[in-house]
Design a protein around this ligand. Structure first.
Ligand code: GLA
Length: 404
C-alpha cells in the first residue's frame, strides 16, 4: 500500500511538473519597463536603446520601479545556415548579447520581441518552426522578457503556438517573462495563466485619449476604448498572470490631464506599466506622472487585484482597488470636457467588492486616513466629507487606510 502511494505521488509530482509550462515566481506584480514600439516603430538601433537605458536610470524611472527595456519589432537580421537568428548588423553592430550586458550593467533587465507566425507584423523572421532555437538564442543573449506576437498565423492555433514557445523558454533554462500578444482574439485570460505572465487583451493602443483608428482589417484604439475592454476582465488577473491593456502613451503628446488619467486607469487596473515614449526627451510633467510612486504603489500592490469601476454619476466614474493591509485606492475620473465637483460623505460609504468579498466601510466609527496620490500627501481623515473639483478628463486618486 505504502509503495503504491509513493509511486502514485511521484507520478503526480512528475505530471504536475510536465504540465507546468511557464517559469513560476516571475512577474508577481505587473511588469514595469519600456518598449520601443509606440514611439520608434521600425527605427530601433543599439545606440538609441543604450541611451534609453541611460535615461531610465538618469530620470529616476529605474528608482520608481521600471525594469525591462524591451526592443519590439525590427531588430532582426537573417537566420544563419543552422537556422539561428541574428540581429540586423547595421543597426546592432555589437550584437544583442553586448546590448543585454550593457542593460544588465545598469541594473536593468532586457526584453525582446518575436512572433508565433513565420513573419512578425513588420515582416521580419518569425519564430514558427524555430521556437526552441530562438529560445536558446534568447537565453544565450541574456534575454529576461519576450513579447510574442500573432501575425502570419493563418491556420495556426494560439492554444498550441503559445504553449510551444512557453515550453521552449522553459527548456532553454533562463527565467524569461513571457508576454502574449494575440490582441485578446482567443480570450487568453481564460487559458494563458499556465502559459505566460501577461497577455494583451485588446488591439493596439495609439496616442489618443478617446478615439478609434480604423485601418479596415484592423483597428487601433485610444485609452478609453482600451480601458472599456480591459476593465471587464478583472476576474482573470493576479500575481504572475496579468491583463495587458498595451503600452503607455504618456509623454507622446496627450494633454497632462489625459496622461494623468491614462496612467491612473492603468494603475487601478493593475496593468503592466510599459512606457512607450522617448525617455531621453521627457518634460518635467511626463517624468512626474511616470514616476509617481504613490500611483505605482497602487499598481504594484502585493495582492495583485485588478480594480473596478463602481459607479458613474454625472460623467464622474468612481473606481476602487483593494490593497494589502485592508487599504483601498479610490479614483474619481471625470470623463467630461468640463470640470466637475465631487463631495464624498464618508459616513455613507460602505462598498463590497463582489469579486473578492472585501469591504470598504467608512461609516460610523470606522475612521480611515486619506492620502492624495497625486498631491503625494496626507490630507486628513474620513471624519469630514472630501470635496474636490476635478478638471476635465482628469482624476483624483486617494488611498483610504487605517493606521497599523
Ligand atoms: C503588433 C503588436 C504591436 C507591435 C507591432 C510590431 O501590432 O500588437 O504591439 O509589437 O505588432 O510590428
Amino acid at each position: 500500500m505504502r509503495t503504491k502511494l509513493i509511486i502514485l505521488s511521484t507520478l503526480l509530482v512528475f505530471t504536475v511538473y510536465l504540465n507546468a509550462q511557464k517559469y513560476e515566481n516571475l512577474a508577481l506584480t505587473p511588469p514595469m519597463g519600456w518598449n520601443s514600439w509606440n514611439k520608434f516603430a521600425q527605427n530601433v538601433d543599439e545606440k538609441m536603446i543604450r541611451e534609453i537605458a541611460d535615461a531610465m536610470v538618469a530620470t529616476g524611472m529605474k528608482d520608481a520601479g521600471y525594469e525591462y527595456i524591451v526592443i519590439d519589432d525590427y531588430w532582426h537580421g537573417k537566420r544563419d545556415s543552422l537556422g539561428f537568428i541574428h540581429p540586423d548588423k547595421d543597426r546592432f553592430p555589437s550584437g544583442i548579447k553586448a546590448l543585454a550586458d550593457y542593460i544588465h550593467s545598469k541594473g536593468l533587465k532586457f526584453g525582446i520581441y518575436s512572433c508565433a507566425g513565420h513573419e512578425t507584423c513588420g515582416h521580419q523572421p518569425g519564430s514558427r518552426g524555430y521556437e526552441y532555437q530562438d529560445a536558446l538564442m534568447y537565453a544565450k543573449w541574456g534575454v529576461d522578457y519576450l513579447k510574442y506576437d500573432w501575425c502570419s498565423t493563418k491556420y495556426m492555433n494560439t492554444k498550441e503556438a503559445y504553449p510551444t514557445m512557453s515550453k521552449a523558454l522553459k527548456a532553454a533554462g533562463r527565467p524569461i517573462v513571457f508576454s502574449l500578444c494575440e490582441w485578446g482574439s482567443s480570450h487568453p485570460w481564460e487559458w494563458a495563466g499556465e502559459v505566460g505572465h501577461l497577455w494583451r487583451t485588446t488591439g493596439d493602443i495609439y496616442n489618443c485619449f478617446d478615439c478609434v483608428d480604423d485601418h479596415g482589417n484592423w483597428k487601433a484604439y485610444g485609452v478609453l476604448q482600451i480601458m472599456e475592454m480591459n476593465q471587464k476582465l478583472r476576474a482573470f488577473a493576479g500575481p504572475g498572470k496579468w491583463n495587458d491593456p498595451d503600452m503607455l502613451e504618456v509623454g507622446n503628446g496627450m494633454s497632462t490631464n489625459e496622461a494623468r488619467a491614462h496612467f491612473s486607469l492603468w494603475c487601478m487596473m493593475a496593468s503592466p506599466l510599459i512606457a512607450g515614449n522617448d525617455l531621453r526627451a521627457m518634460d518635467a510633467e511626463t517624468i512626474s506622472i511616470l514616476t509617481n510612486k504613490d500611483m505605482i504603489a497602487v499598481d504594484q500592490d502585493s495582492l495583485g487585484i485588478q480594480g473596478f469601476r463602481f459607479e458613474v454619476k454625472d460623467s464622474v466614474e468612481t473606481w476602487l482597488k483593494p490593497l494589502a493591509k485592508n487599504a483601498w485606492a479610490l479614483m474619481y475620473f471625470n470623463r467630461s470636457f468640463s470640470p466637475k465637483s465631487i463631495v464624498v460623505d464618508w459616513k455613507n460609504v460602505q462598498i463590497t467588492d463582489t469579486l473578492t468579498g472585501k469591504i470598504l466601510n467608512t461609516t460610523q466609527k470606522n475612521i480611515h486616513l486619506l492620502r492624495d496620490l497625486w498631491l503625494n500627501k496626507e490630507i486628513g481623515n474620513t471624519k469630514k466629507p472630501f470635496k474636490k473639483t476635478i478638471p476635465a478628463r482628469d482624476v483624483v486618486c486617494l488611498k483610504v487606510y487605517r493606521k497599523d
